[in-house]
Design a protein around this ligand. Structure first.
Ligand code: 5GP
Ligand code: MG
Ligand code: MG
Length: 188
């Protein structure tokens, strides 16, 4: 492949924070760890949080080598960034009952942690047999609430990133890496 994956959108991306290769390696590593931890449990139910987690969910599920069911939820946070209210609305709920299931929430990024914190309470109330979280990215300097995330891919600086599922105004999700946008992009 002559043209690198950073070719398109290259004018918009200031810096690659996590490369496609790094994501691949880390996903395999996390999958191995999870598969080992869940070896003596049966099927695992992965709950992906739309839309940001779709890429990671797809790659993680395929790397896992453990039987899974896939579920998706869509939530929207109100004022999570500005006011830290942590008020969350469910835009798409689970399609099925998770009672007695071994559930792993698959997240793109833990920023303030408010969305995830709310989501974990919600899922706990549905009576799963166990509940853990795997998140590709975390911004340690942005965390406002302590959320128990057992499996973490990368700790990144407290800056807005796009790619590999993460968007800016619904764009850049398809980038195979995670990068920083040039400031000019926000000014458009
Ligand atoms: P929270 O602040 O509740 O932990 O993050 C909620 C959601 O905001 C994340 O799941 C993610 O979808 C979005 N988010 C947080 N940080 C970033 C970021 O740096 N870039 C993008 N594109 N989305 C982010
Ligand atoms: Mg998310
Ligand atoms: Mg977004």
């Amino acid at each position: 492949m002559a043209a690198g994956s950073e070719q398109w959108y290259s004018d918009d991306i200031a810096e690659v924070v996590v490369s496609a290769e790094q994501i691949k390696e880390k996903t395999a590593e996390l999958a191995k760890q999870v598969a080992a931890d869940y070896a003596d449990r049966g099927e695992v139910l992965l709950v992906g949080v739309l839309k940001g987690a779709v890429m990671f969910m797809a790659d993680f599920a395929r790397a896992l080598e453990h039987p899974v069911e896939l579920e998706f939820m869509a939530v929207s946070s109100y004022g999570a960034r500005a006011t830290s209210s942590g008020v969350v609305r469910i835009m798409k709920d689970l399609d099925r009952d998770i009672t007695g299931k071994h559930v792993i929430v698959v997240e793109d990024i833990v920023d303030s942690g408010l969305t995830l914190s709310w989501l974990l309470k919600y899922l706990t109330s549905r009576g799963p047999a166990s509940l853990e979280v795997v998140a590709l990215l975390r911004k340690p300097d942005a965390v406002k609430v302590d959320v128990p995330v057992k499996y973490i891919g990368f700790d990144i600086p407290n800056e807005f990133v796009v790619g590999y599922g993460l968007d800016y105004a619904e764009r850049y999700r398809e980038l195979p890496y995670v990068g920083l946008l040039r400031p000019e992009v926000y000014a458009r």
